[in-house]
Design a protein around this ligand. Structure first.
Ligand SMILES: C[S@@+](CC[C@H](N)C(=O)[O-])C[C@H]1O[C@@H](n2cnc3c(N)ncnc32)[C@H](O)[C@@H]1O
Length: 287
C-alpha cells in the first residue's frame, strides 16, 4: 500500500490515532458512560440492546467500547495498528468482554468476506478518507444482515467550505499560531483540556493527507445502486437542537429528500455544520 492513498492514510493514523484520549480518563466503565459524547448516547438509545453492531473504522475505539457496555456482540474494525492498540488497551483496562477488535482494511474484499454479519453497521468519518468511498461503501454493506441498518458519516461538499477556509487561514496567515489553532479546535470540540484528544482532532481536521467531500444526492445514488432504503439524516431538518433529536432518536423512516430539500439543506449546512466541519450522517436499511 506504500505510496497509495490507503498507505498514506494508514501511516497518518498510525502516527496520530483518532479520536484519541488520555487513557487515564477512563478508570472504570462508569467513566466511559459519563464521558460519552451526546451523539453516542443517542445512538446507544436508538439501537436495541440485543442488536449486534460493527463500528467500521473504529479508530481508538471510544464509540465501540461505549456501545459494548450494554450489548453482547459489538465489533470495532480498523486498519491502523496504533489506533487498535489504544482501543485494545481500553478494552483490557475496563474488561470489555463483549467488544471484539480486529485489523481489517475495508477496501480489501477478502478481509471483508471473512467477517460475520451484523444488525447495525456504523461507519463514522471513514469513507471520505479511503480514496474509493463507493467501493468501501459497497464492501461494508456486505457486513449487514438483510433488513440491517447502516449509518455513514461523511464530509458534506458544501458544509465543509468554512473548514476549508479555516485550513487555508491556519496554514497561511496564522501559520504556527497556537492561539489560533486552539481557537479553531475549540470551535469543533468545545474544550481542549484532554491534550491527546485536541491533538488528534487538529491532525484529523487540519493535517490530513486525504479527504473527499460528498453530497446527499451522491449518497442517495449509492443507496439506490446497492438496494438500501433511505431512513434519515443528522442534522435532521425537523429539529433546531440536539435535545429534540435525542427524544426523536435515530434510524427513523422519513421521506427521501427531493432535489429542492437537498439543495436547501446543504446550503444551510454551510452555516449550521461549520463547527463540525460539515459532517453529516445518513442512515439506511438494507432491503
Ligand atoms: C476520522 S477517523 C474516525 C474514527 C471513528 N470512527 C470516529 O468517528 O471517531 C477514521 C478512521 O478510519 C480508519 N480507516 C481509514 N481508511 C480505512 C480503511 N481502508 N480500512 C479500515 N479503516 C480505515 C482510520 O484508520 C481511522 O481510524
Amino acid at each position: 500500500m506504500k505510496g497509495t492513498i490507503g498507505g498514506k492514510v494508514q501511516k497518518f493514523y498510525n502516527e496520530t490515532p483518532f479520536p484519541d484520549y488520555e487513557l487515564e480518563r477512563f478508570e472504570n466503565k462508569e467513566q466511559l458512560r459519563i464521558l460519552a459524547y451526546p451523539f453516542a448516547e443517542t445512538l446507544d438509545r436508538s439501537i436495541p440492546k440485543d442488536a449486534s453492531i460493527i463500528d467500521v473504522g473504529t479508530g481508538t475505539g471510544q464509540l465501540s467500547a461505549f456501545l459494548s457496555l450494554k450489548r453482547k456482540n459489538v465489533w470495532g474494525i480498523d486498519f491502523s495498528d496504533s489506533s487498535l492498540k489504544k482501543a485494545n488497551a481500553l478494552k483490557e483496562k475496563l474488561k470489555l468482554d463483549t467488544l471484539t477488535l480486529k485489523k481489517v482494511n475495508i477496501l480489501n474484499d477478502n478481509e471483508i468476506e471473512k467477517l460475520p454479519k451484523f444488525d447495525y453497521v456504523l461507519c463514522m468519518g471513514v469513507l471520505h478518507h479511503t480514496g474509493n468511498p463507493k467501493k468501501a461503501f459497497r464492501n461494508i454493506l456486505k457486513l449487514l444482515k438483510p433488513n440491517g441498518k447502516i449509518a455513514i458519516g461523511l464530509y458534506n461538499k458544501y458544509g465543509r467550505i468554512p473548514l476549508k477556509i479555516r485550513i487555508f487561514l491556519a496554514k497561511t496567515i496564522f501559520r504556527n499560531n497556537q492561539k489560533v489553532k486552539d481557537y479553531f479546535i475549540r470551535l469543533q470540540i468545545g474544550e481542549i483540556k484532554d491534550k491527546e484528544r485536541a491533538r488528534g482532532w487538529w491532525n484529523d481536521q487540519y493535517e490530513h493527507p486525504h479527504e473527499s467531500t460528498h453530497t446527499i444526492g451522491e449518497v442517495l445514488d449509492w443507496f439506490k445502486k446497492y438496494n438500501v432504503k433511505y431512513l434519515q439524516t443528522v442534522p435532521n431538518t425537523k429539529f433546531s437542537n440536539g435535545t429534540d433529536l435525542e427524544c426523536y432518536g435515530l434510524f427513523n423512516k422519513e421521506r427521501k429528500p427531493t432535489i429542492v430539500h437537498r439543495a436547501y439543506n446543504q446550503l444551510k449546512w454551510i452555516y449550521t455544520t461549520h463547527k463540525e466541519g460539515g459532517y453529516w450522517i445518513t442512515m439506511g436499511e438494507r432491503k
